[in-house]
Design a binder for this molecule. Structure first.
Ligand code: GTR
Length: 330
């Protein structure tokens, strides 16, 4: 006769095994990170180092994997997922952050920074902290700032020497209405579009042009289909290494410190690799036949942006002091 005891035993063993598995997974927190770029891009290399350092410094309590090439979705999707904790961290360009964290729109104003060095000075100091605070209110902990150089315009049609040359061009922009105003102000037609769709759109004529820094122009292969690159350098936009507030709050203070330090180390590496990669990408695209025209005098482009500033300040008077603080940082 089968006793009740022996009937229950396998169930008990299975339950014990199950709870062992749940305890084991609960102990190691598996973090997933989003990266839009390939793993060999400066940001990809830096994020992989971040993953390794966090895993090591937390003795595996936080076990980190980076998903490169935007396989986990577009940036607007990834921002939402990181905010709600479905993703644990990401490297975000501040451009598409504007619709969610309005203060960050200031960073998307054309020519807001006078140079990449000035951008770093601003972002690494108390003004940068104001942006971190604004991000934090929306569920994102900005631990460090990456470099993204200066963005310039490129297209399939012609060199751009002056703002009027943009007239009639369909230009892909990142997801933010400010960039629609920016292209409008030069007489072009802006199309907000996910990064991953731009290559095909340039190739098939859905858009005539786009704008980006040399490393992205190169790694996305846009240079193959849009051979006119004009150094407008109209946008200098920082990028964050941002952790989901939900994931951050679940860490012990000790592990938070390890993650923070790893992010700072990652940014250091990224900025160093960025310098090298920018030079190399420029050389490589020229070798591949891209025609670069250097625009020495940016004043006509800066003047063309006056209506963009006027509209922005009118709609966001509370952000005017932040604009002034950035512009007066030398
Ligand atoms: C790159 C940036 C990406 C993404 C992309 C774009 O320079 O690093 O995060 O914003 O531009 O144009 O969408």
């Amino acid at each position: 006769m089968t006793s009740l005891n022996s009937l229950l035993r396998p169930v008990a063993i299975a339950a014990a095994a199950f709870s062992f598995v749940t305890i084991a997974t609960a102990q190691a927190d598996d973090w997933r990170g989003w990266n839009i770029h390939p793993p060999t891009y400066p940001n990809g290399v830096a994020l992989d180092q971040f993953a390794k350092e966090v895993t090591e410094k937390t003795d595996g309590r936080v076990n980190v994997t980076v998903y490169h090439n935007g396989v986990l979705g577009s940036q607007p999707d990834a921002i939402e997922q990181t905010r709600n904790g479905a993703l644990d961290f990401a490297n975000f360009n501040m451009g598409p952050m504007g619709p969610i964290v309005p203060a960050t729109n200031v960073l998307s104003l054309p020519f807001i920074f006078s140079s990449v060095d000035q951008m770093h000075k601003v972002m690494d100091g108390p003004i940068g902290q104001q942006f971190s605070d604004a991000l934090s209110e929306k569920g994102l902990v900005a631990l460090a700032w990456f470099d993204s150089g200066a963005r310039s315009m490129y297209n399939t049609q012609r060199p751009i020497e002056k703002p009027e040359d943009v007239k009639g061009l369909k230009v892909r922009v990142m997801n933010n209405d400010l960039y629609v105003d920016m292209i409008d102000a030069m007489g072009g037609n802006a199309t907000p579009m996910a990064y991953g769709e731009v290559y095909q759109s340039l190739k098939t004529g859905v858009v005539d042009g786009a704008e980006n820094n040399y490393p992205s122009f190169d790694s996305s292969n846009h240079f193959e289909v849009a051979p006119y690159y004009s150094t407008t350098e109209h946008l200098i936009i920082p990028e964050c290494l941002c952790v989901s507030k939900a994931s951050w709050d679940a860490l012990s203070p000790e592990d938070q410190e390890a993650v923070r330090q790893a992010a700072i180390d990652a940014a250091k590496l990224q900025r160093q690799l960025w310098e090298e990669r920018s030079k190399k990408s420029r050389e490589d695209v020229v070798k591949a036949g891209v025609k670069i025209n250097e625009i020495a005098d940016k004043a006509p482009f800066q003047d063309a942006m006056k209506p963009v500033y006027a509209k922005f300040i009118e709609a966001n008077p509370d952000l005017k002091p932040l604009i002034d603080q950035i512009q007066s940082t030398k």
